[in-house]
Design a protein around this ligand. Structure first.
Ligand code: PEP
Length: 268
């Protein structure tokens, strides 16, 4: 069985004191053994990655992710942060292809493909985001759209390299809207993505790939998503900015991994 993952994307939020308080609360709420079978990832702004490390270790179940990396390996690219730099300070994951990067910074599937390559070369694990806009969905072929995002950004990878990628389906119409997709809507796309991965890499790789849902997820609506066969957790924006909500999401994923409690048979 695949493990679950809850990943928080803080985006461009929090001052250093606020970030410190949030990370401390998350680390205290999630000690190393808090959520067996659930990978927990926090992606603060890049500036806070280095100070975050001592807050999360030792004894925390939480791994660090970056929200982006440069499209070049190194050199005269003022203001950029490379995949190698992120790895060198102890970052484990990197979010790539987020819809905000695509929308505000013009990132294309080809550019994301290059970032994915650089991330993996530098031992970072990509959380690759895909998802359609409301207009694409209304037009009909949203499954084809997200499958193309996947093929054009990831299918240059070997099967071994692809095994290090987490996919996040994030419909643009759900992100930050307060209105998540339904679990059934997400499951339809996740199943299509898994099938697409199987066609390229085979059933075993597809079955092992984590596919997260992202878009306005909160603790009050996450449970049905976690029950779907192809939804392996969540990439969370707004709710990841509150320790109590983020921890509640991790606990929900842990319950989903543990399954229904076994009730002991009454002794005759
Ligand atoms: C996101 O931007 O990745 C996201 C899922 O945001 P939110 O949870 O706020 O919709």
């Amino acid at each position: 069985m695949r493990r679950k993952m809850i990943a928080g994307n803080w985006k461009m939020n929090k001052t250093l004191p606020e970030a410190t308080a949030l990370l401390t609360a998350i680390a205290e709420g999630l000690p190393a053994d808090a959520a067996p079978g659930v990978a927990v990832v926090v992606c603060p702004p890049a500036l806070y990655l280095v100070p975050a490390l001592p807050l999360l270790r030792p004894g925390s179940a939480v791994l660090l992710g970056a929200q982006n990396c440069a499209q070049q390996a190194a050199g005269a690219y003022t203001g950029e942060i490379s995949a190698a730099m992120l790895h060198s300070v102890g970052v484990t994951y990197v979010v790539l292809g987020h819809s905000e990067r695509r929308h505000y910074f013009g990132e294309t599937n080809a550019l994301v493909a290059e970032k994915v390559r650089l991330a993996l070369t530098n031992k970072l694990l990509p959380i690759f985001c895909c998802g359609e806009s409301a207009a694409v969905r209304a037009h009909g072929d949203y499954l084809g759209f997200v499958k193309t995002q996947l093929s054009e950004s990831l299918f240059h990878l070997s099967a071994e390299a692809f095994g290090n990628v987490v996919v996040a389906y994030e419909p643009l119409w759900a992100i930050g809207s307060g209105k998540p997709a339904t679990a059934a809507q997400a499951q339809q796309v996740h199943a299509a993505l898994r099938q697409h991965i199987a066609q390229r890499y085979g059933a075993a790789v597809a079955a092992a790939t984590l596919i997260l849902y992202g878009g306005s997820i909160t603790p009050s609506d996450v449970d049905p998503f976690l029950c779907e066969p192809d939804i392996d957790g969540a990439l969370v924006g707004g709710a990841s900015l509150h320790a109590r909500e983020f921890i509640a999401l991790v606990r929900a994923a842990q319950r989903a991994v543990a399954g229904p409690a076994v009730v002991a048979a009454p002794v005759a």
